[in-house]
Write a protein that binds this ligand. Sequence first.
Ligand SMILES: [Zn+2]
Length: 430
Amino acid sequence: MEGLTNRWENLSKVMEAALRVLTKYPLCDRCLGRLFARLGRGLDNADRGRAIKTLLLMFLTEIQLSEDELKNLTTSIRLSLPAESKLQLDRTGTCYICGTKLDEIILELGEEALKLLRGEQREFSSFLVGVEAGSMYEKRELEVIGVLGLDTWESIRREVKRLVGKYISKELSIPPSFSNPDILVVLNLESREVSIKTFPLLLRGRYVKTGRFISQMPWFRKDGTRKYKLSVYETCRSVLEIFGGKNLVLHAAGREDADARVLGDGRPVVIEVKDPIRRSLPSTYPPEINLSSEPWTHVIIHGKTTREYVRAIKTRPTKKTYRIVAIVPEGLSEEDVFKVLSLSNRVIYQRTPTRVLSRRKDVVRRKRVYEVRVNLVSKYLLEALIKVDGGLYVKELVDGDNGRTTPSFSEVIGKHIKVVMLDVLSSFQP
Ligand SMILES: [Zn+2]
């Protein structure tokens, strides 16, 4: 029975705390109940508050209170005195926290939110409710909590979010989503205004570049002219015709040089569509969308995704397979080929390449070459398949970048060698 005794002690703690609060502040049922929101799952805060007030009334004659405290308490819970038999709970009194307006506020905000959502032109299938911080209700609530001395309360913002969310969910038959909502309903408790914001649509896909001299993002020279005619980003922009929306952000798992092709499965990307009108993918399976405005860039969308995936493609280590064609003016021997093959399974130390030093910090990268396969096309021309850690600069692995990359093809054969063609054949996350 010891456990039971403990629980009764907890009950008396709750009643003491309620008494402490109510002898100081008049509170409506809902605001009182919210102070004990963690007790009794599934109850509405207004029911909790009313139950506590009722219990206090039942034991009023046994509670030792000074005259002042009794006066305050009766004001707080709006007791009609003197005749005990006529004790009445009057819920029309003015609540210190909400001015006894909270029920009305919740109802009004819920109706307004519903009206806006029903008139919303943009497609959505999940939502999240937010309440703007910093209202006077919150400030008064914090003051009351200071007197409470128990950690059982729920904030007014949370209660309003919860109740309005439940109402919307029921009326529109759509689920709330806390991790990946389509739409955000923002409530203001004081002005009683409701506004709606849409979350971006995140699409995962891959891009392939079958042409060279195509940059990932549009690239302009200082005089405003274009350095490359095409960019992957501009190919992606045709998603706006499908989903509507004002703008997009392209998140890619790394970037190749503009003169490199990206073949095979292509490079993983996420297209973030800002303020989309539509969100449904084609009903085909898999729901693929192929974007290409000309023959040289292709973006294939495989489905919707989340922010976590964006972080993952940007940070997870990758392995890549490249095909290079390089020229050796001095000519190559069979022995040179064996020396190049010996770079398989070696660790490469690579300082930031000279050609990108103006944009990137000068650091030493430690990357592995897993495999090198070589085909001697002619005495002066070598073709190689190279499998390496993502983030290794392949052109410099070949030409050595004046010793900044070591070992390199150039270093092991002791000859000048220069990449003339580079293709990304595959990119995968092990
Ligand atoms: Zn209240």
